[in-house]
Design a binder for this molecule. Structure first.
Ligand code: DP6
Length: 350
């Protein structure tokens, strides 16, 4: 193997955030298309930074470094690029050197595929526009990046825009597509741009069942039709809460979605469970706190045991005291990530 030495012919570098779904994508159709619509917001502090350099020299298609060291994720990128080369011809003409790092620790049990594929797709979309001589910084570039991200990991397509995004076709939102996410730029009540997300790390271990398998189990799931109907209804209700600033219905829909996702796992054939005893302890404490204080806090979950505790800036002081005093004892090594709704990806000028 000869390592690439010379100056790259083309370079692109992006920072892309992770996102958290409020209405969950669970189950696929065709190739990387969602079984139902989903809605999420991007985070501010949990992100991936990635640079992609293109060379004509060398004999290795992809050199991939994670935090400076060569890493097996490079193999996934290599097969992703091989797939893409059918649609994007120039991919075949170059060898790739890719450097990546995450802002969150390895051991946090946070899925990094959304921010990683988001960052990679932004680099590829920018390079695509540059190599084909197209205008950069147009809505087309973002749409292309979202589509390319989706082909790597479904949820990644929602990491491309600031604030809230929807992915998947539905009756109510004609502009939305299964191919890429659409940003919700207009009409959101400003209070929702003050959302905070405390990611409470219950368990940082590798999950017993991957999301790939989880999505697959939806194909034959007995609740598939009712799940699709529920997701549509929850999305409509949530969207209305976002427009009207209704925190009460926001809380209700967000928790219902999180528990539905895990209920689908528990009722798959074969069935499985990713929640841990401490996840349940935290859920009941969050609900009791909300009941007692009337402060609008709620939880959501990814496909794993960690809790995303959502609250508003207005209640920051009280909720942080609650986290410190009542929740951290149930987290692995008292670990948590202090995050919030974010401003979206950034191009990094080198
Ligand atoms: C539970 O996007 O990780 O986080 O498309 O196979 O890469 P792939 O799956 P992935 O699934 C994420 C599912 C989820 C819900 C969500 O983010 O909407």
């Amino acid at each position: 193997m000869t390592q690439l030495q010379n100056e790259a012919l083309w370079t692109s570098k992006w920072r892309c955030p992770s996102n958290i779904a409020l209405v969950k994508y669970w189950g696929k159709r065709d190739f990387q298309k969602p079984m139902n619509q989903s809605l999420s917001f991007v985070l501010q502090n949990s992100f991936t930074e990635m640079s992609v350099e293109l060379f004509k020299e060398g004999d290795q298609k992809v050199e991939f470094y994670f935090e400076g060291l060569s890493h097996p994720f490079g193999e996934r990128i290599e097969s992703y690029l091989a797939q893409l080369s059918v649609r994007i011809q120039w991919i075949e003409d170059y060898n790739f050197r890719i450097h990546s790092r995450n802002s969150f620790p390895h051991s946090a049990g946070i899925a990094s595929s959304a921010s990683s594929f988001g960052a990679l797709a932004l680099c590829l979309a920018e390079l695509h526009f540059a190599i084909s001589g197209k205008e950069p910084d147009t809505p087309d570039l973002w749409r292309k990046a979202s589509e390319l991200a989706r082909l790597g990991s479904g949820s990644a397509c929602r990491s491309i825009y600031p604030g809230f995004s929807i992915w998947g076709k539905a009756q109510l939102f004609e502009v939305c597509s299964d191919e890429y996410a659409t940003p919700l730029y207009e009409g959101i009540n400003p209070v929702f741009y003050t959302l905070r997300d405390a990611i409470l790390i219950v368990d940082s271990g590798v999950k017993a069942v991957s999301s790939t398998i989880g999505h697959m189990l939806m194909n034959e799931h007995v609740y598939q039709p009712s799940r699709i109907a529920q997701a549509h209804q929850n999305l409509n209700e949530l969207y209305l809460s976002l427009l009207t600033g209704n925190k009460e219905s926001f809380v209700e829909v967000v928790e219902s979605e999180a528990l539905s996702l895990h209920a689908l796992m528990m009722t798959s054939r074969p069935s499985y469970m990713l929640l841990k005893p401490n996840t349940l302890e935290l859920i009941s404490r969050i609900r009791a706190y909300r009941e007692k204080t009337k402060i609008p806090v709620c939880f959501t979950l990814d496909a794993g045991p960690n809790i995303h505790l959502l609250y508003f800036k207005k209640n920051e002081l009280e909720v942080r005291a609650f986290i410190e005093e009542e929740l951290l004892d149930f987290c692995e090594n008292r670990q948590w990530i202090d995050d919030r709704i974010g401003k979206g990806p950034e191009r990094i000028i080198t």
